[in-house]
Design a protein around this ligand. Structure first.
Ligand code: CMP
Length: 136
């Protein structure tokens, strides 16, 4: 079904640090994802642990939370037709090594940890993740 949806996108510390925010935002805009909200924040490790709690049983959980809280990030609400799927297509595979040409992670990702962006993986999680960062 082609419906207008919202999804959450995060530009992670590695990409913020390398001044890639505008380049990544331009990829969204060129691909018909409207940036409805955007803010630059620096979260605590506890907040990262809460955000990523679906991964709490994974061996990489502690490093993941430490990493997301290691520097400023940019959190955005993206809106467009099939926004969850379209954003995931633009991001590419989790591991930049496996990502298709011209995807954000292929262009800018450094490693599976420093993979430059996060995007919600379903409509249901998008609602929860948007609520997490944009409560009011
Ligand atoms: P993200 O889409 O933000 O969701 C969870 C993150 O965990 C993922 O991107 C990766 O950056 C990170 N991660 C680290 N190791 C792994 C792994 N082995 N498999 C999946 N994700 C991993």
């Amino acid at each position: 079904m082609n419906s207008v949806q919202q999804t959450l996108s995060i530009i992670k510390p590695d990409a913020v640090e390398r001044n890639l925010v505008e380049k990544i935002k331009n990829i969204f805009k060129k691909n018909k994802l409207i940036i409805k909200e955007s803010k630059k924040i620096h979260i605590t490790k506890d907040e990262a642990a809460e955000f990523y709690k679906v991964h709490q049983s994974k061996p990489f959980y502690n490093d993941l939370c430490a990493y997301l809280s290691s520097g400023p990030i940019v959190v955005m609400i993206l809106e467009g037709v099939n926004a969850v799927f379209e954003n995931r297509k633009l991001m590419g595979a989790t591991n930049p090594k496996d990502a298709d040409e011209n995807t954000i992670r292929k262009l800018y990702g450094i490693s599976i940890d420093k993979n430059s962006v996060h995007g919600s993986d379903s409509g249901e999680n998008a609602k929860k993740e948007i609520e997490f960062f944009f409560k009011n």
